[in-house]
Design a protein. Sequence first.
Length: 290
Amino acid sequence: MDEKTTCSMPSYTEKITLGIIKILESSPGIAEVKFESKPPAERHMIVSWEQKNTCTLPEDLKNFYLMTDGFQMTWNVKLDDNPMQVGSMVINGISNLCRLGGSSVYTLPNAPTLADLDDDTDEEGIEGPSVKPHFDSRNVIFELDPCNGNGKVCLVYKTSKPGVATLDAEIWFLDRALFWHFLTPTFTSYYRLLICHLGLPQWHYAFTSYGLSPQAKQWFNMYKPITFNTALLSEEAESTVNKLDPNKIFKSKNKTPLTKKKLPTPPAGPPKGHPASAKSTSHSANITRK
């Protein structure tokens, strides 16, 4: 390895990991941080994958593969002087970006598939992240991260008709009970979540209605995510998102002309000949004399 390559490796690693290695190494109790450096994927491999699967990779994911063909980082703690792996951050390489629920040559003819277990309970007319993915021809799904057997992070393409995938893809989490949970609309957003959560065990469940398991909560209490406290995640979402008023936030600086309100009609005076009327008349006359 020449000198130029040697000097560029630390900056390259720090750029890929967003500096998370230094943060982990300075954290108490962490004994070892392992980062597997992988060469960039060749462009023809990406083109071959897109042609084989009739899908176009999102631009940010494509650029990621052109920088490194996959991502893998783990970190250990010492328990009774024995190393124990706690954190794991994985993104499959382009060759391991396999379709989920696709037919296999090893599957028996009458064997059940994931499509047979699909729960088709979507409401009609719902668009966007609320529409959960399906294992049949309505979606094309690829596995990004096996999550150490705790579920799967998937790249999900929404299709307008069978066999034709859209250019846009979303990131979803499939738990072990085969329920879907929306994570992020882009790969870049998911990559930030992965790094910020330090690859803590079962961190994806912080974005589900189940929440974290007691064991995962213990690890979260010891090594909290960088960006926010997941215990307050639902409260923050409830108070910030649901009570957001776009009219107040995006209010124009130009003053809007106010509409003049019609003044109420003054009450009618007392009828002529009434004592109050006479008193008012005499009072006005006195003021005039003065």
